[in-house]
Ligand binder design. Structure first.
Ligand code: HXC
Length: 269
């Protein structure tokens, strides 16, 4: 399988599994990730997702250059569209998604990590948007998400020079928020995701949705959206459970995903 899906407790683990080509993304890999996400969406017990790469060297070295080399503009656009749809879906996915960046995250690989909610890197990881060195530009959202996640200056440095940076530089730039020794990375990512999986699913999905709006749209409208959503949280069993558990000095036991009030918001949880 070019992409593996496994369940680890309440976490769905997606592993890009083409290590011979450093997990470079082909259209079929993208389609398979989409299918796995369909499956995860249909499995209420899978409450968080971790994405990582197989092998010792790479999270993902980008889009498959062999596959793209002879593409016409129309084919190139269709491929970029496939990638855009996947990245948008991960960014909007109603469960938290953690990238465990175990090695190279270049081009489309860096863009895949950027679509995730939390990025954790191995100390050996390297990041970059080298498209410019191929005579093209980032095409899976990198011209936008890198700047939004880090800063305009850092993003321009990476996209214009095509240079790679190590995990420590990525940490300082805000491109990742955790760095771990290579051999500990996956366990740490699964631990973090398991913690998220134990959280209140509806509140997590809504917090993600609202936070995604922070750098776009109308500020006042986004704040009004927060106000309404905050009020709606008091219609969920998780609100009462979370507050009761605090006052009773115990760990909260939040509702199953199916119990969340999706219908009340019209949003998927
Ligand atoms: C296809 C790739 C690949 C890629 C690596 N490989 N990256 N194949 N597409 N993106 C293959 C190599 O051809 C090679 O296959 C094998 O993986 C091992 O890679 P090497 O280059 O031999 O390893 P090394 O010398 O250690 O260099 C590692 C590397 C380098 C620095 C990561 O592979 C590299 O620069 N890769 C390309 C990175 C890149 O430019 N990414 C952006 C792609 S464009 P063989 O058969 O020779 O063993 C992109 C656009 C996204 O992502 C938007 C599209 C719409």
């Amino acid at each position: 399988m070019p992409v593996d899906l496994e369940r680890r407790g309440a976490v769905a683990l997606l592993t890009l599994n083409q290590p011979k080509v450093l997990n470079a993304l082909s259209p079929s890999m993208i389609e398979q990730i989409e299918q796995h996400l369909d499956e995860i969406e249909g499995a209420p017990a899978a409450r968080a997702v971790v994405i990582t790469g197989a092998g010792e060297r790479a999270f993902c070295a980008g889009a498959d250059i062999k596959n793209m080399r002879t593409a016409s503009p129309i084919e190139a656009r269709a491929f970029a569209r496939l990638g855009h749809d996947l990245m948008d879906r991960i960014e909007g996915f109603a469960r938290p998604v953690v990238a465990a960046v175990n090695g190279f995250a270049l081009g489309g690989g860096c863009e895949l990590a950027l679509a995730c909610d939390i990025r954790m890197a191995a100390d050996s990881a390297r990041f970059g948007q080298p498209e410019i060195t191929l005579g093209i530009i980032p095409g899976f959202g990198g011209t936008q998400r890198l700047a939004r996640t880090t800063s305009l200056g850092f993003a321009k440095d990476l996209v214009l020079t095509g240079r790679m940076v190590d995990a420590e530089v990525a940490l300082r730039a805000g491109l990742v928020t955790h760095v771990h020794p290579r051999e500990e990375l996956l366990a740490k990512a699964l631990e973090l995701a398991e913690g998220l999986a134990g959280g209140p699913a509806w509140a997590l999905a809504e917090t993600k949705r609202l936070t995604n709006l922070a750098l776009s749209g109308d500020h006042a409208r986004n704040l009004a959206n927060e106000l309404d959503t905050f009020a709606l949280a008091f219609a969920t069993p998780d609100q009462r459970e979370g507050m009761d558990a605090f006052l009773e000095k115990r760990t909260p036991s939040f509702a199953d995903i199916d119990d969340s009030p999706n219908d009340a918001t019209g949003e998927t949880a």
